[in-house]
Design a protein around this ligand. Structure first.
Ligand code: SF4
Length: 390
């Protein structure tokens, strides 16, 4: 039924080039960079959304994944000064920020004893004095306390700095952290790979080749990872497609990425505050083109603390099949950048309800997308009153 409707939308497309690209997508053929740019420039949101939703349902049906997780942000002190960052403080101003000790971070982990979380997500600023061995000790202590908790930690930017400072190769550094307990890598720090844009928004930190190489080496060690793209600032459609193309090429080589996560530029309290934020139409176009272009990425995530709950719900009709997790008000990265979610926290019952409101099927997953529980037929009222889901 869905395929027939989508075929009709493609058939009715008056622009011959867009019609040809639509047919390629329906025939499961890869779209090329120029075609991706054309979709951004010329296709209507309705056309893009129909195709992206078709792809999403082909891959996942109505299933919409989430996990139960919390974040640890060891510090917001950072040696870098990325122009879009609202979060970091230089070492000279560290009294305005935070620097957590290992025992403070272990207290955060212990707060979840007996609770059904499956993942801790650890990212933060690049602190000049928190080195590889400090974090290896943290990982060991978390694993000793709770062996079953999946640790997803450290952007390629943090890792690059740690490894260089320890005078280790990427492979040597990753092996140390992996053996200490690091299970997978998050997707942060990718921003936009194009060097001209990267030089303007985050000139000092690891470049595209370095970022991609860290993920390549992690995949070789059988660690999975995610990939992000910061959009809606000074980049153009060509830069977005170039970014996605580089990720798609690495995924062809390693198959180690789980999820692509577009991150929307938010403009509060940073050096790019003069720029307007992207519209919701532009956000949904971006999700749609991402779903169509990133054909070898199994999952597309809308990170709800950044996008807001309602836009995240909407994105489930534009290619998205994952909403991240419960978070439990444990991250400040997007609240400090002006997101409407100032204390991002959703109970399992609330996440399930959000997903069911838009007629999708909520599925709790672990970090690697093994299904833990399907909430399609659970009674919402009993969930809302049960401590198991709140
Ligand atoms: S984006 Fe990350 S690396 Fe850049 S200044 Fe902020 S915390 Fe530091």
């Amino acid at each position: 039924m869905r395929i027939e409707r989508t075929r009709q939308i493609v058939k009715d497309q008056p622009d011959a080039e867009l019609r040809r690209i639509g047919e390629k997508i329906l025939n499961n053929e890869r779209i090329l960079s120029g075609e991706g740019i054309l979709l951004f420039e010329s296709a209507s949101l309705g056309f893009l959304g129909a195709l992206a939703n078709y792809k999403r349902e082909l891959l996942h049906g109505d299933k919409t994944y989430f996990n139960r997780n919390f974040h640890i942000e060891p510090t917001n002190v950072c040696v870098f000064t990325c122009a879009f960052c609202s979060y970091s403080r230089l070492y000279a101003h560290r009294d305005e920020g935070w620097e957590l000790s290992i025992s403070q971070m272990m207290d955060m982990v212990k707060k979840y004893d007996g609770k059904a979380v499956t993942e801790v997500h650890i990212v933060g600023g690049v602190h000049p004095k928190m080195n590889l061995y400090f974090f290896a000790e943290l990982l060991q202590k978390i694993k000793a306390h709770r062996p079953g908790l999946h640790i997803k930690g450290f952007t390629a930017v943090e890792l690059d700095y740690m490894f260089r400072k320890a005078k280790l190769s990427v492979e040597e550094g990753l092996k140390i952290l992996h053996e200490a307990g690091l299970d997978s890598l998050p997707g942060g720090g990718a921003e936009i790979f194009d060097p001209a844009i990267r030089n303007q928004i985050c000139e000092d930190k690891v470049n595209a080749e370095g970022w991609l190489n860290i993920h390549r080496q992690a995949h070789h060690l059988d660690m999975h990872s995610n990939a992000t793209m910061l959009y809606g600032h000074i980049e153009n459609y060509g830069h977005r497609i170039d970014h996605m193309e580089r990720l798609r090429t690495l995924q062809d080589e390693t198959h180690g990425f789980n999820t692509f996560i577009p991150l929307k530029f938010r403009n509060k309290g940073n050096d790019m505050s003069h720029l307007a934020e992207s519209s919701i139409i532009e956000d949904m176009k971006l999700y749609s083109v991402s779903r169509l272009f990133m054909d070898n990425f199994p999952h597309l995530k809308a990170y709800w603390p950044m996008l807001g709950r309602q836009s995240a719900q909407l994105s489930l009709s534009f290619g998205v099949n994952d909403l991240d997790g419960t978070i439990d008000d444990s991250t400040k990265i997007y609240s400090m950048a002006g997101s409407e979610e100032q204390h991002p926290s959703l109970s399992t019952a609330e996440l399930v309800s959000l997903i069911r409101q838009v007629k999708r099927e909520p599925v709790e997953r672990d970090t690697l997308y093994n299904e833990i529980k399907n909430y399609k037929d659970m009674d919402l009222a009993s969930m809302a009153s049960s401590p198991l889901y709140n």
